[in-house]
Design a protein around this ligand. Structure first.
Ligand SMILES: Cc1cc2nc3c(=O)[nH]c(=O)nc-3n(C[C@H](O)[C@H](O)[C@H](O)COP(=O)(O)OP(=O)(O)OC[C@H]3O[C@@H](n4cnc5c(N)ncnc54)[C@H](O)[C@@H]3O)c2cc1C
Length: 450
């Protein structure tokens, strides 16, 4: 049989490509925004990668959970029970990721008026009310001017983070020029409510990380917080649906229980329909919380120092209820965020009046509430939905552990620990940044292999 030189060349090229073609298997553990964006960026870095994404819950989203509840008119509406707000600028990586994966104008949004009220339990007279639509509402101007000055101080720190490394909220607030009663009545409750912690927890957090929650707005800026009409959780699920099933296998309801080294690879053990299964992979990305990663990696003795760091990354419980009880807010002086304190200035509840976002959310309140308050809502038939979240408490020690952890993991070429927490204060945006960092590590891994 005669073979033409042209077909011989083609056959040779196919053979060569077969030899040089090595498909890398990647496991991503966790299907929140960090895991989903990590999968996207890794596939962008390596079109040959074969990814398996393991999610323990029934659907993708992680903390971003969109639920359907009834508004005052009895219509079903989407509400994010966990993360909900974002803003152009500080959330640009997140917005760019959604645009890249879902196409132009990937979401509809509504604007959130960031008005604030702080009030004592069982009193109707607020300690502080911020203006609503530029209108002052009889409150003491002096307190508002101080709040503006406080925001200026926070903005200064936000702009020069390196100068404030390792400084706790308590140390930072101590040196601010405000009287003690203002700090106790207003500054601490406001900061604690911003993250959803108690007053004593917020004092231990890293100041420069916590101000990222609110101080990105120049004190005079008019830029507005936004929420997604369809919900942040819904958007992550849409991204998952758009991913190519030939390149990424998304396995929900599949908690990973163990990851250990197996020669040059990693053996991932997970459970699926109650059955234990394993998968041998070349590269592993953790996109779970730090404490979950510590549990999954606990048998891998070569990582014991990193496991210690992971265990020291602390979390707090954020219990959030959607409900219809208007006594959680001041109805005469409407404000979006209603912080209620007791006589010792500890937080009793912190409630977002969602009606102030859009008429579609009329009569719906979102509260960080005590277990007793939730029981009461249940008994009164006013509870629409309740969920408990675990949120990282970014203390100064957390930041230190993170630094050590990143250095240690840099020595392990085929492993990356991602997740919003791995960037410091966690947001949907920091989680996307962590997904990009996972892909950078993966690129370095591929380059070293060649
Ligand atoms: C109450 C609350 C309000 C918030 N508000 C905002 C906000 O307004 N705006 C904002 O940008 N951010 C907000 N955040 C922060 C935001 O939710 C997080 O930063 C973001 O969800 C982090 O994403 P992630 O993918 O790193 O983690 P997660 O969303 O927590 O995802 C981790 C995933 O890992 C999965 N997992 C865990 N263990 C396993 C296992 N063994 N096997 C397989 N899968 C596993 C989990 O089920 C989960 O899906 C808020 C957070 C909370 C708790």
């Amino acid at each position: 049989m005669q073979i033409s030189s042209r077909s011989f060349l083609t056959a040779l090229l196919v053979l060569l490509s077969l030899f040089s073609f090595s498909q890398t298997k990647v496991a991503i553990i966790g299907g929140g925004i960090a895991g989903v964006s990590g999968a996207h960026f890794i596939l962008e870095a390596d079109p040959n990668a074969q990814i398996i994404l393991f999610e323990k819950d029934e659907k993708l989203g992680g903390n971003a959970q969109t639920v359907s509840v009834k508004n005052k008119a009895g219509e079903l509406v989407n509400v994010d029970i966990g993360p909900q707000y974002f803003i152009e600028g500080p959330w640009d990586d997140y917005i760019a990721f959604l645009t890249k994966t879902l196409g132009p104008n990937p979401y509809q949004s509504e604007t959130l008026n960031a008005s604030l009220l702080i009030q004592r339990e069982k009193e109707q007279k607020p300690v502080l009310v911020s203006p609503l639509g530029m209108k002052l509402r009889g409150e003491k101007l002096g307190k508002l001017l101080k709040l503006k000055r406080f925001n200026k101080e926070a903005y200064k720190m936000y702009k020069k983070p390196e100068q404030w490394k390792g400084i706790s909220v308590e140390t930072w607030v101590k040196q601010l020029q405000f009287d003690e009663s203002y700090k106790k009545e207003i500054i601490y409750p406001f900061m604690a409510a911003s993250l959803g912690t108690t007053i004593s927890e917020i004092k231990t957090t890293s100041a420069v990380d916590v101000v990222k929650l609110f101080a990105f707005r120049k004190p005079k800026a008019t830029n507005k917080f936004k929420v997604m009409t369809d919900g942040m959780g819904t958007l992550i699920q849409r991204v998952g649906e758009k991913m190519d099933p030939n390149r990424i296998a998304i396995t929900c309801s599949s908690p990973v229980t163990k990851v250990v080294r197996s020669k040059e690879k990693w053996l991932v053990t997970y459970s699926n329909n109650g059955k234990e299964q394993t998968e041998l992979v070349d590269f592993v990305v953790f996109a779970t919380h730090a404490d979950q990663a510590a549990k999954i990696l606990k048998s891998e003795t070569s990582l014991s120092e990193s496991l210690n760091c992971l265990k020291k990354c602390t979390y707090f419980e954020a219990r959030i209820a959607l409900h219809t009880d208007s006594t959680f807010v001041n109805n005469e002086k409407p404000a979006f965020l209603n912080i209620i304190t007791n006589t010792s200035n500890e937080l009793v509840s912190s409630t977002m009046n969602l009606s102030m976002i859009s008429p579609r959310l009329n009569g719906i309140y979102k509260s960080w509430a005590s277990p007793e308050a939730i029981e009461r809502l249940k008994k009164d038939g006013k509870l629409l939905h309740v969920t408990s979240f675990w949120h990282s408490l970014v203390t100064t020690d957390f930041v230190l552990q993170l630094e050590i952890l990143h250095k240690q993991i840099a020595e392990v070429p085929s492993l990356y620990l991602s997740g919003g927490w791995s960037e410091g204060l966690e947001t949907q945006n920091s989680a996307v940044i962590s997904g990009k960092h996972a892909a950078e590590k993966y690129r370095a891994f591929l380059a070293n292999r060649k």
